[in-house]
Each structure stands twice: as C-alpha cells, then as structure tokens.
Design a protein around this ligand. Structure first.
Ligand code: PLP
Length: 423
C-alpha cells in the first residue's frame, strides 16, 4: 500500500503563496483603498510593498494591458517589440544624465544582479560595495549584495558569491543631519576602496533612500561626495531605484533628489505600478556598447514582457498625469503631520522623503536605546508590530522596517490630504 501523503501544508512563510493562510484576503482595490473578502475596506498606506504607486484599479494601466493582450501577449525577449521599444524610449527620456539604454529583466533582484554583471564586464573588477542595512533583493546573487543582516543571515552560508563588501556603519552614519556626517560617511567609502585596492572595486551599489530596512535618507551632501569618490577611483555608481524610483521620493528617480547622476540605475516595482512584473537596468551608451561588443547575454525569457511593458507605459502616463505633481504638493504636509509624532516619548524620529516615511522607535526618543530588541520575532511585544496591528484593526495597512525599529508609511502616490490624515 502506498504511504499516506502528509497533510498538505498551507504555506505560511512570508511571501509564499499566502503569508497568513487565512482569509480575509484582499480581493479588490481602488485608488488608495483595498477591500477584503469580507467586504471591509482598508487604507493601503504602504502601497502593498511600496509598489502600487499609481494606486489600485488605475484605468489607464488596465487599458494599456488589455490593448497589448488583444494584439499579442508575448514576443521573444530576443526580438524587437514595439511596446518594449516605446517603453525603453520613454525611460530614456526621464532617466538622469545619459542613461538611455535599458536592459529589461523581471524583478528588482534580477535587475541588480544584471547591473553587477554589467559592471564587472565593463570594469573588469570583481568587487561591489554596498551599504550596511541596504536591501538589494532576495535571490542568490542579489541577497549576497544585500547588507541587511536579517536577509544575509537567512542566506548564509550560501550567499556571498557576489563578492560584495559591506560598508560598515559609522556611529550614526545615517542618523543625523549635517555635512560633517556626510563627509565622514563618504570618506569612509574612500577608505574602503583604497584598502580593498581600488582597481579591484568595480561598483558601489546604493539605494538613494533606503526602504526595506527602514526609510533612511542619507545625510545632505553624502551622495555628492560619493560621486566624487567614485569618479576619483573609476568606480561605477549604481543607484538602486527599486523603491525610490517612479515618484516615490517626489521626482522620477530618488537619486535626482540628491543632485547627482549615477552611472547605472536599476528599477522595478513602480515602473508598472506593480500591475505586472517588470524591472531593468539603465546604462549610458558607452557601457551599453561595451556590453554588446562583449557579446554578453543578459536575456531572460520574461525580461521586458510586452504585457508588462504596456503596463509600464500606462503607469508612466499616470505619473505624468498628476501623480508626481501630487507627491510634490503633499510631501511637506505629509512630513509635518508625521513629525508631530516626534512629541511622543517612544518615537526617536521621523525620516524619509516624498511619500516614503519611517517612524523610528526608541527609549525616550533615543535611537541608541531600542525600546525592545529589534531582532525579536515580529510580535505584539515589539512596539512597531503593535502599532502595525493596531492600525490594521482600524483598517489602515502599514509596513515595518527590517529589523523592526520603524513603522513605514508609503501610500500610493494618488493619496491626497484626506488619505494622509486618515493614515
Ligand atoms: N532593491 C530594493 C531597494 C528593494 O527594495 C527590493 C525589494 O523590495 C529589491 C531590490 C528586490 O526587488 P524584487 O523583490 O522585485 O526582486
């Protein structure tokens, strides 16, 4: 007799088919709101995973997808496709500097892996520097680039093949204002490049505003100094715009809010407002030519999928059509409302940019004194989790940084004052 099969385990790990396994689940969405299977409406104050930037149920994006499907659903990623080419043109038009060539992939993790491959091919240098508490993806290679200790811990001992060298944190490196701090942090980058042997370092990969570990904008002037250091040592600066891009920080790309131009830029999430999976790497003509000449094949079957590219065209049109403007108009109001929370003892600070904000918790408002060990498993003892649960009970969806020291607010870019007040 055949052995009895084990009970089918319902997948309960985060990001498996159903994180909680239990209803109610989200079944509909409109603008900043989602409705669950029991008919309850929730304010989506985290745009799901910081990605539904144009809001739910956007008709322009839906129509673009439908039109593409009615023509042809898929064309080989190795062949020309009009929709793909049109999106590439539009991306070149909004990208900073001379970033005019797009290599499309599927997810942010894959885009970062492709960027690192391109950087190595172009520079012939194996090392890539990333920041402590950065997040660049969960796949084998991108996980190895990620400086967030919780992702790294989960990947070890398998990760690390990307030859990433993490920039260790300076005391409070990203925790205060001031040019001096920016200078010290960027000088530290120079120190690491020199110690590693600058000819062995091909690229520095950084989020303009960190998102997954918490909303961490760099101190003012930091990126300008980083740009100088990269120029001095011939190291490529790659901006990971997976969260910061497509209006989240108030400009098309987060790095624009820092006033510097990167050598490469990776994107995902907001490019289609998460209506279909799409990601990519933007590079200038020189890097693109060198990759082409090298015969380097970065292609993936679903990279630049026409349906996703159609969603991308729809999303860009929605951003142009008032959403970017809405972030610029309401970001200061959003910030001032959140800053009122700094009056609470448990709140260490509020930081972020545009429509990406983190409320950080600590004893007596001091970040150095975490209220509880942020590494404890997410549960109600952690104030961040408690706030998120309490908000969920009031039908507001929020996010948590990793480790959970911050509550994250990142609503769709269509949120107006009413939704901000409600959040
Ligand atoms: N880079 C950053 C900055 C991210 O926040 C993420 C995901 O949250 C990624 C890369 C990975 O993207 P994906 O989840 O699409 O693989």
């Amino acid at each position: 007799m055949s052995q009895q099969r084990a009970e089918p385990a319902s997948a309960t790990l985060a990001h498996w088919s159903s994180p909680d396994g239990d209803p109610p689940t989200i079944v509909e969405g409109e603008g900043c709101y989602v409705t669950d299977s029991e008919g309850t409406e929730h304010l989506d104050f985290i745009a799901q995973l910081y990605c539904v930037n144009a809001g739910h149920g956007n008709e322009t994006i839906n129509a673009a997808i439908e039109e593409q499907l009615s023509k042809v659903a898929y064309v080989s990623s190795a062949k020309h496709n009009d929709t793909r080419a049109k999106l590439a043109d539009e991306l070149a038009a909004i990208a900073p500097g001379d970033l005019s060539n797009t290599f499309f992939s599927v997810s942010g993790s894959e885009a970062n892996e492709a960027a690192v491959q391109i950087a190595r091919e172009y520079t012939d240098a194996p090392k890539v520097l990333t920041r402590y508490q950065s997040y660049h993806g969960g796949t084998y290679g991108a996980g190895g680039l990620t400086g967030d200790p919780s992702t790294r811990a989960a990947l070890e001992p398998y990760g690390g093949t990307a030859a990433a060298k993490f920039l260790p944190p300076l005391p409070d490196a990203f925790d205060a204002e001031g040019e001096e701090l920016a200078e010290r942090a960027a000088n530290h980058l120079e120190y690491v490049i020199r110690n590693e042997g600058h000819e062995t370092v091909g690229a520095v990969l950084m989020e303009p505003v960190a998102g997954t570990s918490g909303a961490y904008p760099a101190p003012e002037g930091y990126f300008e100094r980083v740009r100088e250091v990269c120029d001095e040592y011939d190291v490529l600066l790659i901006a990971d715009e997976v969260i910061a891009g497509f209006g989240r920080c108030g400009e098309w790309f987060g790095i624009e809010t820092e006033g510097v131009e990167p050598d490469m830029l990776t994107f995902a999430k907001g490019v289609t407002s998460a209506y279909a999976p799409l990601a990519g790497v933007l590079v200038g003509p020189e890097i693109a030519a060198s990759v082409r000449e090298g015969g380097y094949d970065l292609g993936q079957t679903f990279g630049g999928h026409p349906v996703s590219c159609a969603a991308g065209l729809g999303a860009l049109s929605a951003y142009r059509d008032g959403l970017l403007e809405n972030v610029r108009e309401n970001a200061a109001y959003f910030e001032s409302e959140l800053r009122e929370l700094e009056a609470y003892d448990a709140v260490a600070n509020v930081r972020g940019r545009g429509f990406l904000w983190g409320i950080e918790f600590g004893v007596g408002g001091e970040r150095e004194e975490p209220l509880v060990d942020p590494w404890i498993e997410p549960d109600a003892e952690n104030p961040v989790e408690a706030v998120i649960e309490e908000a969920a009970e009031r039908n507001v969806l929020l996010g948590a940084g990793r480790p959970a020291t911050q509550v994250i607010c990142a609503p769709p870019l269509c949120a107006g004052r009413e939704e901000i007040d409600e959040g």
